[in-house]
Ligand binder design. Structure first.
Ligand code: NDP
Ligand code: PMR
Length: 387
């Protein structure tokens, strides 16, 4: 398992006495193979764990803001070739609508990274995507081996990677007991965050190689993880606590299945996973954007109240939720509208939508600096993968 941990945590991450982690993009100078070979030493991580915990709870308090990102492509600059975009969870909902919208421009080849090949093929056909505009590649984010296999297959395909959209997610609001990924992590955090974290981490090398003028890594976040919004204050609220549950493996056996170490709550687990998604993008951008030109960001697509995300919810919720969002909160967007807006956002053809909010500024509790928070997150993930 040491090699797996090495793939998640760059061997060159530097830990200082203050618990700060300096900006580090040296992982791009190392081949993936080298990184896999690199010995992962957990001792430096362990020795600093106390520092993180002493800094207290990490509240999920985030700010929705307009993007503070730098455009890698000057407006009007012509692209020389068709771009390649990988979209996870493109078999339904927002992922499918975005895949369709991108494919229709003729400027993108869409790689639909999905766990169910036949469902995805049918979905692509049902929305009228032309065969030459997309490929389907198997990816099950609930298995870290599958993530590695996907990356291997993608790299063997010889295609460049210009944009990676981490869109797939699961939500278990009514589950009484946790369920687990192939590696034994609580399923929603394991799929939505850990699977995507490993995928992003492994594909950074490919994104960095891209000569595309607006190469980017986008994760779909959610307003419900933002505790400084009304939606984010609907209980249960996201809260990562001191991440003791994550650090201990999220396996529900000798530890909690929740990141903060508390009782299992499926709705909270989903919101926590979205906070991790947003934190990860914010920190990747801070660390790697300047040296690589990659834009790392997350976005909230609006409330697409009709998607499969709510398939596990009670039927009364599924009936009332769309009209509630449409007529009361006015936060509703259709799948098609959200897909078109996201297509604009991913390609940087303009902001396009009022419903698409880029979340790039995440405010943590005062006692915990962002650096320390990210450090704890990495430590926790490293510990998770080791168990
Ligand atoms: P859907 O359920 O329609 O789409 C989720 C996708 O994720 C599906 O394609 C699903 O595949 C895929 N998926 C689930 N588990 C895995 C896995 N283990 N491996 C690979 N793929 C997997 O929901 P949405 O379109 O609503 O959700 C898309 C994104 O938008 C999510 O990140 C969600 O958090 C976010 N979001 C949604 C909002 C909304 O109002 N709907 C609001 C805010 C954010 P399969 O078809 O095989 O099940
Ligand atoms: Mg919420 C402006 C108010 C607003 C918005 C934009 C949303 C979005 N919601 C709002 C308000 C409220 N919601 C209020 C006042 C309530 C109490 C009645 C409420 C309830 C509620 C529930 C039970 N809302 C929900 C749920 C869910 O199960 C959804 C969820 O949290 O999924 C994780 C949800 C959502 N509300 C939203 C959005 C976008 C969701 C789906 C979030 C997501 O998919 O990430």
């Amino acid at each position: 398992m040491a090699l797996q941990a090495a793939a998640l945590v760059p061997s060159s991450f530097c830990f200082t006495k203050e618990g700060k982690c300096g900006k580090d993009s040296s992982l791009f100078g190392v081949s993936l193979a080298d990184q896999h070979r690199a010995d992962f030493s957990c001792s430096s991580l362990r020795s600093k764990r106390e520092i993180g915990f002493k800094n207290g709870a990490i509240r999920a308090e985030t700010i929705a803001a307009t993007p503070s990102v730098t455009r890698a492509a000057p407006a009007g600059k012509k692209t020389l070739r068709q771009g390649t975009v990988v979209i996870t969870g493109a078999s339904s909902g927002l992922g499918l609508a975005t895949a369709k919208a991108l494919a229709e421009t003729g400027k993108w080849h869409v790689i639909m990274a999905c766990r169910d090949f036949l469902k995805t093929e049918r979905a692509a056909k049902s929305v009228g995507m032309a065969k030459e505009d997309y490929s389907i590649m198997h990816l099950d984010l609930a298995s870290l081996d599958s993530v590695r296999q996907f990356v291997d297959n993608f790299q063997r395909s010889g295609r460049p990677l210009d944009v990676l959209v981490c869109n797939a997610a699961v939500y278990f609001p009514t589950a009484k007991e946790p369920t687990y990924t192939a590696d034994g992590f609580e399923l929603s955090v394991g799929t939505n965050h850990l699977g995507h974290f490993l995928l992003s981490r492994l594909l950074l090398v490919d994104l960095n190689k891209s000569d595309y003028p607006s190469k980017r890594l986008v994760i779909v976040g959610s307003i419900t993880g933002n505790t400084n919004t009304l939606a984010g204050n609907v209980p249960p609220k996201a809260n990562l606590g001191d991440m003791r549950g994550l650090a201990a493996g999220l396996n529900g056996l000798n530890t909690s299945s929740m990141i903060d170490g508390g009782e299992f709550d499926g709705a909270k687990a989903y919101k926590d996973s979205k906070v991790c998604n947003m934190l990860t993008m914010q920190e990747f951008h801070r660390r790697y954007h300047e040296d690589t030109g990659i834009t790392f960001t997350s976005l909230y697509p609006g409330c697409i109240a009709t998607t499969g995300l709510f398939r596990e919810h009670i039927s009364l919720f599924r009936t009332l939720f769309p009209p509630f969002q449409k007529y009361i909160t006015k936060g509703y967007v259709s799948e098609e509208e959200a897909g078109t807006h996201c297509e604009n956002f991913f390609c940087f053809r303009g902001s396009g939508a009022t419903s698409v909010i880029s979340i790039t500024t995440i405010k943590l509790s005062e006692s915990c600096s962002r650096d320390v928070a990210f450090l704890i997150l990495l430590q926790a993930i490293a510990s998770c993968i080791k168990t």
